[in-house]
Design a protein around this ligand. Structure first.
Ligand code: KG4
Ligand code: ZN
Length: 322
């Protein structure tokens, strides 16, 4: 089954063609990120206007790259939540119109679950075995930080989530405090790499005995640290970036291991923009090995927003519907 995936929940206009929920035939992403940088965050009006302007040409590109025509498409899968309302509407309206015109099924897909699904996608020539279910899934993105117990592709039970800021949001806000620019995740990661070892530490709220997270306190701790120390000769942005990244990583790794132990799960699936962070990947891999857990991450491009993950999960949603 060949599915056209459509993803417009944030700044991206992404379309992809995926075969049988696994093989990526094309994966086209156009982003308006550059236009938002000067504002230090996504401006919804700009995002949806750009999406409206380019969605037709991005769709054509995705079909051309996959070497298929609209006649070859069996169904259209589109992100319906969560996301910026105006942006979602562009993708949903486009997909609905296409589904009606082609008389093909329209499949509604949840963006957060799709981030975990990215671990089941394969590019041509990539023969790695697929992860085994049941699994614990961690989604760490700009808008969400959630842990799931995934029994089947369509059975996601929420185990815990952030009570305030998402992990990516905390990276973005701390980068802003440190004048490192937007998006904050890659900027903090880069800065942290240049830090000399120091005793500086920030602590994330632990919320013991739950699988919930909280990242707003650490952001405030960084803000106060900068306010009180930035005029001192030993103040170092990169050391702050590193201490912040260490602490966020520590709590993410700890709660993943807790979830796997509680549910006796041997598979951990990670997804979302923050899972592109190399330090987080290393730390998760190290701890997973220690606990004999099989941990999976999508390739870097599939960590970020894309439509291949929407088409992929859409395939399983469609199987359930027929
Ligand atoms: O999944 P995503 O592309 O969009 C949402 O669904 O939100 O995630 C974007 C988030 C941003 O907050 C960005 O700062 C963060 O992912 N991010 C990173 C890295 N690359 C992107 N955070 C930490 N380290 C990175 N290398
Ligand atoms: Zn996302």
């Amino acid at each position: 089954m060949i599915i056209l995936g459509v993803e417009t929940s944030c700044d991206e206009t992404a379309l992809a063609v995926v075969e049988d929920g696994k093989l990526i035939r094309s994966n086209t992403v156009v982003s308006s990120l550059k236009e938002h940088k000067k504002y230090g965050g996504i401006i919804p009006e700009i995002a949806s206007r750009r999406q409206l302007q380019c969605i037709h040409s991005v769709a054509q590109q995705a079909l051309d790259d996959a070497n298929v025509t609209l006649d070859d498409i069996d169904a259209i899968a589109v992100t319906v939540k969560p996301g910026l309302m105006g942006s979602l509407l562009v993708g949903i309206s486009f997909s609905r119109a296409l589904a009606v015109a082609l008389n093909k099924p329209l499949i509604e897909v949840d963006h957060i679950k799709a981030h975990v699904y990215a671990n089941f996608l394969r590019k041509p020539g990539d023969d790695r075995p697929l992860p085994k279910l049941p699994a614990v899934g961690l989604v760490v993105s700009g808008g969400h930080t959630s842990l799931f117990h995934i029994k089947e592709f369509n059975t996601f039970a929420l185990l815990g989530q952030t009570r305030d800021d998402a992990a990516g949001e905390a990276f973005d806000k701390v980068a802003r405090i440190l004048d490192l620019g937007y998006p904050g995740g890659p900027a903090i990661e880069k800065s942290a790499l240049t830090a000399k070892k120091s005793d500086l530490q920030f602590t994330c709220a632990q919320l013991p005995d739950t699988l919930d997270f909280s990242f707003s306190g650490i952001k405030t701790a960084v803000l106060y640290h900068k306010r009180d120390h930035s005029d001192q000769p030993d103040f170092s942005v990169s050391q702050v970036a590193r201490a912040f990244q260490d602490s966020v990583t520590h709590v993410l790794v700890k709660k993943c291991m807790m979830a796997c132990q509680q549910l006796h799960c041997q598979t951990l699936l990670v997804g979302g923009g923050v899972s592109a962070n190399k330090y987080l990947r290393e730390q998760l891999m190290g701890e997973a090995e220690r606990h004999q857990i099989d941990v999976h991450f999508p390739s870097m491009d599939l960590c970020l927003d894309n439509a291949a993950m929407i088409a992929g999960l859409g395939f399983h949603e469609q199987l359930q519907n027929v």
